[in-house]
Structure formats: structure tokens, C-alpha cells
Design a protein around this ligand. Sequence first.
Ligand code: ADP
Ligand code: ADP
Length: 239
Amino acid sequence: STVLAGYGLVKKYGSTTALAGVDVEVGEGDSLAIMGPSGSGKSTLLHIVAGIVRPDGGQVLLRGERSEMGVPPAEGWGRIDNLGENRLSALRRKRFGFVFQSGQLLPELPAEENVALPLMLEGVPRGRAVSRARRWFAPLGLDGLEQRRPGQLSGGQAQRVAIARALAVEPDVVFADEPTGALDQRTSDEVVRLLTSVTRDQGAALVMVTHDADVAAHCGRILHVRDGLISGHSQYTVA
Ligand code: ADP
Ligand code: ADP
């Protein structure tokens, strides 16, 4: 069942139309890859459904959100594209996880504290946050690396710590923008395999932007974007 949807999404930057009217839906435990040439609108689409960029047209709906007036919306859905900035940033921290290409870990903190940080921002006391953070290390093949600082990790290990951090608050949706863009092919394959499987096991949806068809093939569905429009869909049955 659908957890996040965007309908009729439009975004303009001056005379550039980054998105020209795009629909997207993602279900609980599903993974969606957004592919397309550079400048086609992939990042803009991800940023809009993640509540980072506001659309000029269309709506973004999230299940389980209450409307601005505090009234439960029809069938448990709420619009999030028109929320105030404070509500939106609270919602992002609580219900969304983010994985970027690289450089997202704080270099002075051990891996486990990097993972615990989103929990501490949600008010979980440090000790409990760190013990909850540690639970993600084994499933992501990071056993024994809890105390390492990001500079003492390989690129693939650092991305797996970033995945643990994105999952720490047990979000409904994980957004990944070129999560393997800085990795070699073998490492990239291992990282995306873990990202898709651990996210699915958690029951969260995954929305990922990638240039790499081998990476996209790990997702259940692929949305092809060209010139700000959907140019095609592919469906995979992920083993
Ligand atoms: P992609 O992720 O597919 O490379 P983007 O979504 O980043 O594409 O960009 C789509 C188009 O919108 C491009 O022409 C890009 O230059 C433009 N664009 C994106 N963000 C901005 C911005 N903040 N200001 C101006 N133009 C932007
Ligand atoms: P990506 O490779 O992921 O598309 P970019 O390097 O194109 O990332 O963009 C990085 C950031 O700059 C994004 O937040 C994007 O919205 C913004 N951006 C992209 N194109 C432009 C532009 N033409 N003018 C201003 N900002 C832009």
C-alpha cells in the first residue's frame, strides 16, 4: 500500500522547467529508482517528495500525516508540500531518512555516535540512542566498527554507516541521492544490496536517484525521467 505520493509535480527555476508535471507513488517496503540523464529533474523530484524543495504545482501526500488544521485527513493521508518550515523539518527528522553520495558523517564522532545522532535530535537520551544505534551494525556487516571514526572507514563502510544513520529513527521512507556515486562497482553492488534489503526488512519505502543501471536494477521499480517528465517505467521482481 502506498505510503508517499506526488501528483502533478511542477518545478520551475526562472525560465528552466525542472519538472513539468510528474506523478510518483511508492509503497511500504517498496524500492523505487529514479533514473535519467544529467539535468533531467531527478534530484528535483527526490527533493520535492522528501519535503526539501517546494513544488510550484502539484501535491505531495504522506500517509499518517495530519493536515495543517489538526484534522485527520481522509483515509489517513495528509498533504506535506504546504506545511510550514518547522513542521516540515520535524517531519523529515521523524519519518524520513537520508543517504547522500558521501561526506555526510561527522568526522570527529565514532561511527556509533554518528548513527545515534538522529535519535538524540529526537530526544532519546545518549546511552539509549547509542545502544539502539549499535543494533544496526550487524545487519549492515559493520560488526566491530562501532568505535571507528569516519576517516578510519573504507568508502563502502562509511556508506553503510550512513545507511544505519538513515534507518536509526525507523523512518517510513528512506531517500538516497546517488548513494553509490563515490564507490567502485563491486563495493557499490554490496552497498545497494544492503540498502535495499535492510530498508525492506524494516518495512520502509526507498526512493533512490542513480545514474547507474546496475544499481537501479536492485530496486523493485524504476522511473525514467527525461526533460522533467516521466519517459518510462520498468518493473522488476526483486529476489
Ligand atoms: P538531475 O538530478 O537529473 O541532474 P536536477 O533536478 O538537478 O537534474 O535539475 C533539473 C534542472 O533544473 C536542470 O536544468 C538544473 O540546472 C535546474 N536546477 C535544479 N536546481 C536548481 C536551482 N536550485 N536553481 C536553478 N536551477 C536549478
Ligand atoms: P546532482 O548531480 O545530484 O544533480 P548538482 O550538482 O546538479 O547535483 O546540484 C547540486 C545542488 O545545486 C542541488 O541542490 C541543485 O538543486 C542545485 N542546482 C542544480 N543546478 C543548479 C543551477 N543551475 N543553479 C543553481 N543551483 C543548481
